[in-house]
Design a protein around this ligand. Sequence first.
Ligand code: SIN
Length: 307
Amino acid sequence: MELEESDLLTTEVAGLRLRNPFVLASGILGNTASLLRRAEAAGAGAVTTKTILPEPTKGYENPVVVELPFGLINAMGLPNPGIDEFEIELREARSDLTIPIIASAGGGSPEEVAHVAGRLEDAGADAVEINASCPHVRRHGLEIGSSPELIEELVREVRGSVRVPLLVKLTPMVPDIASLARAAVRAGADGLTAINTVKAMYIDVEAMAPVLSNAVGGLSGPAIRPIAVRAVYEVSRFGDVIGTGGVETWRDAAEMLLAGARAVGIGTAVMTRGLRVFSEIGEGLTSYLRKKGLTLPELVGRGRRDC
Ligand code: SIN
């Protein structure tokens, strides 16, 4: 029986059922209910909020983003309204949107992340994504996110305070990302988001100084896609994966799925090309699946040598 167009792209990831595999990545349009609503209207299968911390944070001074021919480097400094204010926004978003909302939780200690995660769940999050992989904010990233032992401790703590599906966003800046994935799943994570940005810098040769106010930021966009594909390939043995990093076209999305991702994060492309990327990628992927005579679940992991 030929699948309906609307069914062809459905997928399940970490216990969430999505109308299509395209997930608005954290940090892009994820601050307000109205922006999340726009992503849904544009065709996203799920949305991820900006990382929320226990207290409001202003973030770094401008400039916080630099655009390069092959991607963006950003160092925002985790600006966010804090959990008290964001709870109101999330309740509004939950009552408006029909697609799953994944809430990104951060904090300076496992207890803080667990506290934020529990309150995000209470405010209506369908899943929580732990951000322990920001490459440039002290106490919110690599000190924890690059150690399997600390990831395990963090995930255990957060698992104790939420019942909804729990995802962990991983950094690629480690020799063995599989060990992080294994530790996260062992501690109770239902899924993995791979990858966060890659620590990077851009120097203006005329000014003879780094452009970003923080000097160092995180590289996203097409430049990191091969790193993300490799990471997805390595971690999808351990659990469900949202493959994120430089996806701009249906071919890029197909590559992530072939590597083993069950859903595909889209972030930088929304900033550089606009929200229409969701429908463009959806149309292209639908044609590809029809041409190959495959359903989306049949595509997942098909590019793996060990399958
Ligand atoms: C930022 O807000 O600076 C980026 C957050 C992240 O990379 O996790």
